[in-house]
Each structure stands twice: as C-alpha cells, then as structure tokens.
Write a protein that binds this ligand. Structure first.
Ligand code: FES
Length: 116
C-alpha cells in the first residue's frame, strides 16, 4: 500500500505497448515513459537528464534504455544513470496493472511541479 500523498493515474491498456516495449506520454505537463520488461511495467521521466531528448525515442535493451541523442543509458527499474554523458538519475514512478490498464502513481510533488 502506498502511504505517500498522490494519486494513481490510468495510462494505457497493456495491448497499446508495441514491440519496442516502451511508450511515451504526457500527463499534467510531464513527459513520462512506460516500459514493459516481460510481464512487468516500469515508469520513468521520459526526458533525458543530460539535455533534451525523449527516451521513448531511443532503444530498450533488457532493463536499460539508451538515449537517442548522445547515447546515455539508464536503468528503467531504478532510474539510475549508467553511462556518460548523463550524471543525474531519472525520476521513477510506481506502477501497477488493474484490469489490463497500466497505472502510475503520481506523487504530490509531481502535482505541485506540474502546477508551476
Ligand atoms: S540528451 Fe540524452 S545523452 Fe544527451
């Protein structure tokens, strides 16, 4: 059970994720990426922490996404920056699947940031 303030948001049906196993979307002015690894789903900020590129335009290999612009790699489960030139980790979001709908937990801080 999640004890943080925030809300669960329905994102997409599991059938909407194609063979790339990742999809980007915008919610509350935030860019977020969903990744499928086997039967599990993970969510991170979709904007690379190095400069501006959408990670969902890159490549997913196992649990690692590679930025399409300069090739930085991130672990999509933890958000950890794995290689240069990125040095800052990605924000990660909790996920769950309810009736084949992928949901993410948007914490309260995300609401405030989206409102600024
Ligand atoms: S913008 Fe992603 S590595 Fe530079």
């Amino acid at each position: 059970m999640n004890t943080k303030n925030g809300r669960w948001v329905q994102i997409l049906d599991v059938s909407e994720i194609d063979d790339t196993n990742m999809v980007g979307f915008e919610i509350d002015d935030r860019q977020i990426a969903i990744y499928r690894i086997e039967d599990s789903y993970f969510a991170t900020a979709n904007v690379c922490t190095h400069a501006f590129a959408l990670l969902s335009d890159g490549w997913l290999d196992g649990d690692t996404v590679e930025c399409p612009l300069h090739g930085a790699c991130f672990n999509v489960c933890t958000g950890k920056a794995m290689s240069d030139p990125a040095e800052i980790d990605l924000e990660v979001f909790e996920t769950r699947v309810t009736d084949n709908i992928v949901e993410i937990f948007l914490p309260e801080e995300a609401h405030r940031m989206a409102d600024t």
